[in-house]
Design a protein around this ligand. Structure first.
Ligand code: ATP
Length: 312
């Protein structure tokens, strides 16, 4: 488990992190999502033992990263935002050098190198100098070096930044495969990346966590959408008269039918549909559709960003 408690970090007058706490349980893939400058890289550098926080602690499998940096790092595979590759070396020579630096014992080095090369699909590029590889393949080399020592935790800083759409899909598939054996925390500013890869998102803005939840919970609301077959009088007024209803917003469905978005007083935890269904029956409204409303991660992110701007 990764256990992050109350991290604070300033660079001179800039407060990059203001009391950040979260946990990543074994086997999870968690996306650390935030706009540029939110503090993602700062968190990742602290988690991997490359930067000291001003306050707070990080435990990797119970080991305090600040006190037992080497032991904690031995359990982590880290892909920095720009992987420290040596362009003049061949893929094979670079990975061998990294295995030595990671102190992978000689008697298992061959096996570990083959595992990492196979997992990242580099087997046909071993003799090529890194400088001649595409950015996608260089990122694979970065991932291969991160998994050489069979780490329990993979921590990846913006793993798909600067890649073209095909390379992005390849690297995402690769991360998904690596996540079978490791717990993964990765940072990104791309919403669809989180939706494509993980079940839990930690949303960071201005150095603070604004949301930490499973995507299905973030998307959930207690709102309902009702679409009628044709117009009926007084629909908004009747709905507004019900207990627990906060608002009713009329709209036209894509195929032109009268629709109503009904929001509840409680944001979560109640399903308005049964109550609306009963009223529709009593009023003889011809229902075409009645369903709970679901927000996209993009809506959640924009709402949080707007709230952060108002608070700033
Ligand atoms: P990006 O997606 O752009 O990499 P980020 O979410 O990773 O952003 P950080 O790189 O952690 O954010 O930066 C958080 C804040 O700290 C930003 O305001 C940044 O300008 C500032 N910062 C980061 N590193 C330094 C540094 N070495 N010196 C001064 N300020 C820094």
């Amino acid at each position: 488990m990764i256990d992050v408690n109350d991290l604070a970090k300033s660079y001179g007058p800039i407060q990059a992190l203001k009391g950040v706490s979260f946990r990543v349980k074994e086997g999870e893939i968690v996306g650390l999502l935030g706009p540029n400058g939110a503090g993602k890289t700062t968190i990742i550098k602290i988690l991997t033992g490359y930067l000291h926080p001003d306050e707070g602690t990080v435990l990797i499998n119970g080991l305090n990263v600040l006190e037992h940096t080497r032991e904690a790092q031995a359990q982590i595979g880290y892909l920095p935002e720009t992987a420290p590759l040596y362009p003049e070396l061949s893929v094979q020579a670079y990975l061998r050098m990294m295995a030595d630096l990671r102190r992978v014992p000689d008697d298992v080095q061959g096996e570990r190198l083959s595992e990492a090369i196979y997992a990242t699909g580099l087997e046909h590029h071993l003799t090529r100098p890194i400088s001649q590889l595409s950015k996608g393949f260089r990122q694979r080399v970065g991932l291969a070096q991160a998994i050489l020592h069979r780490p329990k935790f993979l921590i990846l800083d913006e793993p798909t930044v600067g890649l073209d759409p095909t390379q992005i899909v390849e690297i995402r598939n690769l991360i998904r495969r690596l996540a079978v054996d490791s717990t993964v925390l990765f940072s990104t500013h791309i919403l669809s990346e989180v939706e494509a890869l993980c079940d839990r998102a930690i949303i960071l803005m201005n150095g603070e966590i604004r949301a930490d939840a499973h995507l299905s919970d973030l998307a959930a609301t207690s709102d309902a959408v009702m679409i009628l077959d044709h117009a009926f009088p007084d629909v908004p007024a009747v709905l507004r008269g019900l207990e627990g209803i906060r608002g009713v917003e009329p709209f036209r469905s894509v195929d032109g039918f009268p629709g109503f978005r009904v929001s509840g007083e409680q944001r979560l935890g109640s399903d308005l549909c049964p109550m609306i269904y009963n009223v529709a029956r009593q009023q003889d409204w011809a229902l075409r559709e009645l369903r709970p409303d679901v927000r996209t991660l993009e809506t959640v992110f924009n709402e949080l960003a707007m709230a952060a701007e108002v608070a700033a």
